[in-house]
Design a protein around this ligand. Structure first.
Ligand SMILES: Nc1ncnc2c1ncn2[C@@H]1O[C@H](COP(=O)(O)OP(=O)(O)O)[C@@H](O)[C@H]1O
Ligand SMILES: [Mg+2]
Length: 253
């Protein structure tokens, strides 16, 4: 299967402290790859490497077939246009309306005329079921609506690759479930590959095909979601058991 991400033997450290130790994994086209692990295990550090925000100290990182350490700044910027990023806190600008927020990447990174941009913004808002928020400001939206608006902005440029860092953080279980369904629908509709960082077990079971489990900067498991659930690895067992052994949850269906 075609790889959209290949990380090989990546090490990273800050101030002499090793954060990532010999990290290798890949993500395939059209799949949802979940990078999971406890707080401080190095998930965001991996994401920042994938986004080209950190210099690669040792090892290699390829995204959409391109080895990041070989790219010029211009080539990196072009590659960056093919990645959507959906951050934990949504990160919308409060001084702009929802529509203006979504229009921003299109205005900055494309030469499209204003009327076409407006059309695209309406379409993206439609995709996340948020047409009614066109003229609203972020402060006027609920938590779930803010996430959907941020998602609309992340897909504004139709990226083939979407990164989500803790997209469900702060959501109640019902809003989380509907956000997960939305992510899956968008993936199917737009044919995106998705890399999601999360520690929401229910989300992982709903949306991920492929799992990379990280513990203290080391990949202790990589495989399918079914393999992860059946894994004998203690940390992974503990991670899934809380929800799978709870008779009131039906998230495995
Ligand atoms: N820029 C940095 N400088 C120093 N330490 C960092 C930096 N970024 C992250 N760390 C440390 O690296 C570890 C992993 O962090 P992070 O990748 O954010 O973990 P996660 O996203 O899994 O919670 C943590 O111990 C964190 O304190
Ligand atoms: Mg993090």
């Amino acid at each position: 299967m075609e790889k959209v991400i290949e990380v090989k033997r990546l090490f990273a450290g800050f101030d002499g402290i090793e954060i990532l130790s010999d990290v290798s994994f890949s993500a395939s086209k059209g799949e949802v790859t979940a990078i999971i692990g406890g707080s401080g295990s190095g998930k965001t550090t991996i994401l920042k490497h994938l986004l080209g925000l950190y210099d690669i100290q040792r090892g290699s990182v390829s995204v959409l077939g391109q080895d990041l350490s070989l790219l010029t700044e211009k080539e990196m910027n072009n590659l960056y246009l093919q990645m959507g990023v959906f951050y934990q806190d949504g990160a919308l600008l409060n001084s702009l309306t929802v529509a203006e927020n979504i229009a921003l990447p299109l205005q900055q990174q494309s030469n499209l005329p204003d009327n076409l941009i407006e059309e695209i913004v309406r379409m993206k808002l439609g995709l996340v079921n948020l047409e009614e928020a066109y003229r609203l400001y972020p402060s006027q939206l609920s938590g779930g609506m803010l996430k959907r608006a941020a998602l609309a902005r992340a897909i504004a440029m139709d990226p083939p690759l979407l990164f989500c860092d803790e997209p469900g953080a702060g959501l109640d279980p019902v809003s989380l479930e509907s956000l997960d369904h939305l992510i899956i629908n968008l993936k199917n509709l737009l044919g995106m590959s998705i890399v999601i960082i999360t520690h929401e077990v229910s989300s992982i079971l709903r949306i991920a095909n492929h799992i990379v489990y990280l513990d203290k900067g080391v990949v202790v498991f990589e495989g399918s979601t079914a393999e992860a659930i059946d894994s004998e690895i203690t940390e992974l067992n503990d991670f899934f058991s809380a929800i799978l052994n709870n008779p009131y949850k039906t998230s495995r269906s």
